[in-house]
Write a protein that binds this ligand. Structure first.
Ligand SMILES: Cc1ncc(COP(=O)(O)O)c(C=O)c1O
Length: 457
């Protein structure tokens, strides 16, 4: 299947992803162009084996779980219950001491972690690098203290240590990999530091799951990861399935996240006897097909080999970082080496608006990137060295139109190639010289998308 032990057979990989065949008409070209997808950080596309499993479930076994004695319900329950095992195996979690709560997205998973830790004494330390989803839920549930960053965009470990030493800390929240710079903090070292100060660690694994091997390690290890959250839609599964791994005793003691159907053992007019985790926190019908597809995508990734995937993506990231230097006035946010990051690179081209750059890449070259602030405003604030933003904030609060600061983001996935990076660099060089072809305004962009969408209706 693979050319050698360490390299991906990229042709074979691409053949398994139907989206790699997608073409779009682009401005100024007579023939459609192949989509070049560099938005894996937002969501990834399912490969054929995952689609097959998902569709097979919807077509042949669609039934609610744990509530019926008929064939479909029994088979559906068996498939669903096995999802937990697949996730435990994928992250090497101990099934006796931990639970996995299945949710709809990473945000909900992180919110459950904040919720079950709510009544513990102490503050939650949150890095300034976090996606809002690993910051705001904590702000709603506990006192939050932020720990800082180094000028290169990495985490300031001295600041973290200082804050662990000078506060009673219950939880350290940290990303497994930034969705802005791709920076991967040493989560096991942070776990060790947190445990040494009586705190637990919560890792936001949203970006990590599909790109680097995760090993939460035995619960008895000093550097064990207590909680980790991640989602299928960033790991080559369909939307709507995600998980939170964490300590069973904490989950079992906590108030149910959403009380309701499926969360109880017995209810009387006056009393409620809640189930243990995971059911305790999984009120209502879960996304059964989505969870089954998530497990299938983890099997797909394991079959390809996480080391192979990582090696391929590091190579491409190093190549992209090298070639981006050729683009006049292009500035990459942060200064993180390829080995320390995922294939996530955010940049600006001179003082061009990030919306414009992303639009030109799309409408003239069919290159999909993301742009904006990536739900990480405090991190962007530091990386873009925005300084005092009192006026910007005031305008936003008054509802005035403002040019939001931001960046364009390239995210690399399993099926990307060096040729696609080359095409991106060619397109960026044209943009840096202001030689785009169309007149970009809201009307133009909206019009084209509307035409495509209408044809799909
Ligand atoms: C690092 C990180 N954390 C959390 C999230 C939120 O994930 P979800 O959309 O699955 O809730 C994202 C989404 O982009 C992310 O990149």
């Amino acid at each position: 299947m693979f050319a050698d032990q360490f390299m991906l057979d990229i042709k074979h990989i691409r053949e398994q992803f139907p989206i790699t065949q997608k073409t779009f008409n682009v401005y100024g070209n007579d023939t459609p162009k192949n989509l070049i997808y560099f938005d894996h950080g937002a969501s990834t596309h399912p490969p054929q084996p995952v689609l097959n499993k998902y569709i097979d479930f919807l077509k042949n076994y669609y039934a609610n779980v744990h509530r019926g004695k008929h064939f479909l319900s029994l088979i559906s329950s068996e498939l669903f219950d096995n999802v937990y095992n697949t996730i435990f195996d994928f992250i090497k979690g101990d099934k006796e001491l931990n639970s996995i709560i299945l949710t709809s997205n990473t945000t909900t998973a992180l919110d459950i972690a904040a919720s079950v830790m709510r009544d513990y004494e102490g503050v939650t330390l949150v890095s300034l690098m976090e996606h809002h989803s690993n910051d705001l839920p904590h702000r709603c549930r506990s006192e939050v203290i932020h720990y800082g960053l180094n000028p290169d965009g990495s985490i300031d470990m001295d600041d973290l240590l200082l804050k662990l030493q000078s506060n009673k800390v219950k939880l350290v929240a940290v990303t497994g990999a930034s969705n802005v710079t791709g920076f991967m903090p040493d989560i096991h070292m942070i776990a060790g530091m947190a445990h040494a100060h009586g705190a637990k660690i919560l890792v936001d694994g949203a970006q990590l799951l599909a790109h680097r091997k995760i090993d939460v390690k035995p619960n008895s290890d000093d550097d064990h990861i207590d909680f980790i959250a991640a989602a299928g839609h960033k790991a080559y599964a369909p939307f709507g399935s995600a998980f939170l791994f964490g300590p069973k005793d904490i989950f079992d003691e906590a108030e149910p996240y959403i009380p309701g159907g499926g969360t109880v053992v017995y209810v009387t007019e006056d009393d409620v006897y809640y189930s243990d985790s995971p059911d305790r926190h999984q009120g209502g019908t879960p996304n059964i097909g989505g969870a089954i597809a998530l497990a299938e995508s983890l099997k797909f990734l394991s079959n390809v080999g996480m080391e192979n995937i990582r090696e391929h993506e590091v190579e491409l990231t190093a190549y992209a970082l090298k070639r981006l230097k050729e683009v006049q006035d292009l500035k990459v946010l942060g200064n993180i080496k390829a080995e320390q990051r995922l294939g996530v690179v955010s940049f600006n081209v001179g003082d061009l608006d990030n919306n414009l750059v992303s639009m030109v890449l799309n409408y003239e070259s069919a290159i999909a990137t993301r742009n904006g602030c990536f739900c990480a405003h405090p991190y962007l604030h530091e990386l873009l060295e925005l300084g005092d933003i009192t006026e910007l904030k005031a305008k936003l609060i008054r509802g005035e139109e403002v040019d939001m600061p931001g960046a364009v983001r390239l995210t690399i996935g399993i099926f990307n190639t060096a040729e696609e990076i080359d095409a991106l660099i060619d397109a960026l060089k044209i943009i840096s010289l202001h030689q785009w072809k169309a007149d970009y305004n809201q009307f133009y962009a909206a019009q084209i998308c509307k035409e495509i969408a209408i044809n799909l209706l």
